[in-house]
Ligand binder design. Structure first.
Ligand code: SF4
Length: 355
């Protein structure tokens, strides 16, 4: 079998070719190569993360997002620190070794409050991975959270093309600021997750090429890639969703460019296609993120329409995902923290801050 990019750094033309190809044989070649690379570095294990969506308040106004500040039609919620800790306890009971605390940029969660929450989780679960996904903050705030015990941080860049970024965000939000945050997080010593949406309004193949170039430079430990799905009552409500096939090709391309990064099979893919997450696993993904948020708030964390997995209990989500992983020929690795095997850069190894 011909292995795309074997032993070479692909040029822009080659990447663009695979971004845009509609040839089924070539696409299968790409997926098979991505599977092979994933197996070389991670075997057939699929890691589980317990996702806690703890606040749907956000001060930002991203044009695509269902919980953007201007959406007055969405009901807001915020979990208390005790409720967040209870979610972690429930997750630990189900076997999770990684918690992901995700929320909008909610000013109520000041640096001090977030640090206190992280410290409490760290004290009770010294060996678990604590991942934060709470947007752009100052370097000092990232450092304080790292010292409090957080060890991973997810911050999707959404698009690495600055004109495209400007078309998707209010003028106050800048791609340069987002990139600065990502490099700072990496420098501090977090395992960093970036990521982007596929099929957003105004996106071109060139924008996706820019995403690949940026990721090659940042070398994040994790890359979240999901299709755009329109959200009601947002400026992008009437645009069509992104394509599943193109999203899967982007997953496979990132696996080939960054062999040791972690790639989630995203809920957005499962929302657009009943077996979208399974397809992602066969295109090189190796992480799933069942939801640990309390059942009554899950439908309210509506970043996009028709999101799946908002009705089941956490235990049911885990059971369902384990079955799906096994049925796809992979191994649910619940007991593992699933740390990235991406080598640390000198800057991170030399860091002054220790956890
Ligand atoms: S995408 Fe994130 S930062 Fe933007 S409005 Fe939604 S929750 Fe807020």
């Amino acid at each position: 079998m011909k292995r795309p990019f074997a032993g070479e750094t692909p040029g822009d033309d080659e990447l663009l070719h695979y971004i845009t190809t509609e040839d089924p044989a070539e696409t299968e070649e790409l997926f098979a190569a991505a599977r092979l690379v994933r197996e070389e570095h991670y075997g057939r294990d699929v890691y589980f993360r317990g996702l806690i969506e703890f606040t749907s308040h956000c001060k930002n106004d991203c044009l695509y997002c269902g919980i953007r500040r201007s959406n007055s039609r969405t009901e807001r919620y915020r979990l208390s620190p005790e409720q967040i800790l209870d979610c972690c306890r429930a997750g630990d009971g189900l076997g999770f070794r990684t918690f992901v605390l995700q929320g909008g940029e909610d000013p109520w969660f000041t640096g001090d409050r977030l640090c206190a929450i992280v410290r409490d989780i760290r004290a009770e679960f010294p060996d678990h991975a604590i991942t934060l996904s709470v947007g752009e903050r100052s370097r000092e705030s990232y450092e304080a959270l790292f010292r409090a015990g957080a060890n991973r941080y997810l911050l999707r860049h959404e698009t690495a093309d600055s004109a495209h970024y400007a078309a998707m965000h209010p003028a106050a939000m800048k791609l340069s600021a987002r990139k600065e945050c990502l490099y700072a997080l990496r420098d501090i010593g977090y395992q960093v997750g970036a990521g982007f949406m596929v099929g957003t309004p105004f996106q071109t193949p060139q924008c996706l090429l820019e995403d690949l170039r940026f990721l090659r430079d940042l070398r994040p430990h994790m890359v979240g890639i999901g299709p755009f799905i329109p959200a009601a009552a947002t400026p992008f409500a009437d645009y069509p969703p992104g394509g599943v096939d193109l999203t899967l090709r982007m997953v496979a391309l990132v696996r080939l460019l960054l062999p040791r990064t972690l790639l989630p099979a995203t809920t957005a893919l499962g929302t657009l296609s009943p077996d979208g997450r399974e397809q992602a696993l066969t295109a090189g993904a190796n992480v799933v993120m069942p939801n640990l948020s309390p059942q009554n708030v899950r439908p309210l964390y509506s970043l996009y329409d028709n999101k799946i997995c908002t009705g089941d209990e956490a235990a049911e989500c885990v059971r369902c995902m384990s079955l799906r992983v096994r049925a796809s020929g992979f191994v649910p690795a619940m007991a593992s923290r699933g740390d990235s095997r991406m080598p640390l850069e000198a800057a991170a190894e030399d860091r002054k801050i220790s956890a």
